[in-house]
Design a protein around this ligand. Structure first.
Ligand code: BDR
Ligand code: CA
Length: 319
């Protein structure tokens, strides 16, 4: 299995991603770091601990750190994930506790202790990762790559051009993209396509398996806002797709492309993905910025990811 550290802002779809990561035999989950994003940090931590319980996870270290972005003000996404971050899906109280060290320290310790470089999967604003890389730059060689849910080569969600995680903390995403560490962007181009049919979600809600019931309840709370401003079912597995990208990259069309984060103006938080075949006027006039390359997921076999997600969750057969 691949050793993985997950960074989350749990979040309805972060919860789906945690269930998947715990269940998948190809993943050795070394720890879960929490950051403010979909909800405030204390709520994110409670949600994360409860979801790990529901998944029947072993003793996986959990720690929290950044309660706000590096520069931007804190802004949650309670209009999508509810005030509790889980869309009102209730989970039993947990005896699981977070570590009494912060997430940055936990990440450093896990990376230093690992025999082989570790994959970080970031499903949230990248504040913790930016703080890690600025505080302990010496850990970079222990990071195999950062797979992040965030950004877009096309449409945005938080703004017309910016995706929520990058928009929430653009400076942090820029630090990670500029770090020299190999990065993989699972952005809205693919995120928006992987959706569980509503009948399937409803069927899961009355499954005998506790984890499947939780997945069904969470999926039933995957809502977006329709044209008439009424909530609509989306069924998106969301962040869980970025974990699928680790174990089944062949379901994706991936291109290695220059990507940078726009930090100013009305397009702040946009990931600018250079998909040109030939150099443009900027290169001609020496205006071309030095931009690092990122593996960008541009297309997905959505049915294959839905099937992978559901069949993996089914193995968490908790009754
Ligand atoms: C991202 O923002 C959050 O709402 C989701 O959990 C996901 O990580 C989508 O833009
Ligand atoms: Ca998230």
């Amino acid at each position: 299995p691949v050793s993985v550290l997950l960074d989350v802002d749990t979040g309805v779809d972060d919860a789906l991603a945690i269930l998947f990561a715990v269940a998948h035999p190809g993943i050795n989950l070394l720890g879960v770091s929490c950051v403010a994003g979909n909800a405030a940090l204390p709520q994110v931590m409670i949600n994360t601990l409860k979801v790990l319980d529901a998944a029947g996870a072993g003793d996986i270290p959990v720690a929290g750190d950044a309660s706000r972005p590096l520069l931007a003000p804190a802004r949650d996404a309670s209009h999508v994930h509810g005030a509790d971050g889980l869309g009102g899906v209730e989970l039993p109280e947990t005896n699981r506790r977070a570590l009494d060290i912060g997430a940055v320290e936990m990440l450093r310790q896990q990376l230093e202790a690992a025999a082989e470089p570790v994959t970080i999967i970031a499903l949230a604003p990248q504040t913790n990762l930016a703080l890690l890389l600025r505080t302990y730059p010496e850990v970079a060689p222990k990071i195999a790559r950062v797979i992040f849910m965030g950004g877009s080569a096309s449409v945005g969600n938080a703004t017309a051009v910016a995706e929520f995680n990058v928009w929430h903390d653009p400076e942090a995403a820029a630090i990670v993209l500029d770090s020299g560490i190999r990065t993989f962007m699972y952005g809205l181009d693919v995120f928006n396509l992987v959706s569980v049919p509503q009948q399937t979600a409803v069927a899961l809600q009355s499954s005998d398996s506790r984890a499947e019931r939780l997945a069904g309840n969470l999926l039933a709370h995957r809502i977006g806002v329709g044209a008439d401003k009424e909530p609509v079912y989306t069924g998106l597995i969301g962040d869980a797709g970025a974990v699928c990208a680790l174990v089944d990259p062949d379901a994706l069309v991936i291109e290695r492309l220059p990507v940078f984060v726009e930090l100013g103006g009305t397009s702040r938080g946009q990931t600018v993905v250079d998909r040109r075949q030939f150099p443009g006027e900027d290169a001609l006039h020496g205006l071309h910025a030095q931009v690092g390359l990122t593996d960008v997921a541009l297309k997905v076999d959505a049915e294959r990811y839905v099937e992978l997600f559901l069949s993996t969750i089914a193995t968490l057969d908790w009754r």
